[in-house]
Design a protein around this ligand. Sequence first.
Ligand code: ADP
Length: 489
Amino acid sequence: MSRHKNFILALDQGTTSTRAILFDAQGRPVRSHSLPLRQIYPANGWVEHDPREIWQAALACANAVLKGRDAGEVAAIGITNQRETSLVWDARTGAPLYNAIVWQDRRGAGRCAALKKRGLEAGITRKTGLLLDPYFSATKLEWLLKNVKGLKGRDIRFGTIDSWLIWNLTHGQVHATDVTNASRTMLWNLKTRDWDAALLKLFGVPRAILPDVRESRGDFGETDPMLLGAAIPILGVAGDQQAASFGQACFAPGDVKSTYGTGCFALVNTGKTVPRSRNRLLATALAQKQYAIEGSIFVAGAVVQWLRDELGILATAPESESLAKRAKPAPGLYVVPAFTGLGAPYWNPQARGAILGLTRDIGRPEIVRAALDAVCYQTRDLLEAMRRDMAAAGLSRLRALKVDGGMVANDWFCQRLADLTGLPVDRPVVTETTALGAAYLAGLGAGLFRSERDIAARWALDRRFVPAMKRGQRDLLYEGWLSAVTQVQ
Ligand code: ADP
């Protein structure tokens, strides 16, 4: 490695935007650029993205952060991406053959219900760690193979967004994905760490169209020098939540992170053995041959958006902090933001939201606090399920919760999260953990970081929020939440 290769370029391709962040050799962000991504809604419950727009945006963002610099100074590229989103393209021309079908897209719901009826869910979960849901790639790819015209006899390739970017960055030289993305397709077996022949048959997927699966910290080829001004090796790839887990230095079993954006995703590291959730959470692959149990909440920051945009009781999201602080005690008041049903561990798509326990003296501050509380209670729901899964597997206990995402700028929320979950809540200095995780993976590959220990030492705490509420009070409030949830189902 020549001495002046002191930067890492992270590409973060998300659901609503595409970003590039240039990190220095200390893992500090020095420059970033982002572009919004157009959402395409062709039918009720369908969500698509234009693959060409994604690639052009990734390239434009990368060039924007490299502007005025020598691309030769970049030691490596790391890629992180929205997971499960699926597309197919022509192997010869590289042309996408249909839009990318986004993770939120529900068009596979009927197919999943039919497979469930045949009693196939338990077997699929045992192999893939996932629940039979259209969220994952398998039924999206099956739909593409059945419905896109002209695929017969054509040399095609399938990929999630990481594979699509790698293919384009390497000018079609490399067709690969990483284990974390593969583990979200519902076609990849967590135990054998390979595509599963029986699942490929079930969904009618020819093995030849699938990408080669590599470790997240691995060799994914070099960029075509025409694109960024130099041939830069791609040395790290991970799906967004697994990248965030790596960026939060969750390297030991029991390390848990929770990301509070529009929704919330919590992942707990379970070490090197494949976990099995008995509480309707997911099992998934992490980088470095580790695994995690994952739980997601559909509505986290989205409840704050709802208070602002639909109810109009907040002018801005940050105003939720000063209002919640002013709230009077309101025993029995609960907001259940089940706008689109309930996610883990309830998995009830029919549930709808409610405000329970209203009295004449309840005003804006109390409603706002109850809405933020709901995010905390739902986190506790996930943590309780994780605790049970960890205990059943004889794994270590949860010690603290590392948090990131837009909502954690709210100090009151972080303190309340500690109070209502009973776990210390650790907020890092760099909350851009997704891009940071991709940069760390690539930086490890390039030798800029020596080891996980080296990375863990760089993880810097901004603030720890210590639970201050008495246990009896916390449990009493949580019982009220559980009863409120029962009432909306
Ligand atoms: P995403 O990546 O899902 O778009 P972000 O991580 O950017 O989301 O977080 C944005 C979310 O965080 C929004 O839903 C917003 O309502 C919420 N949010 C932002 N700032 C605050 C705040 N100070 N208090 C509470 N919620 C906030």
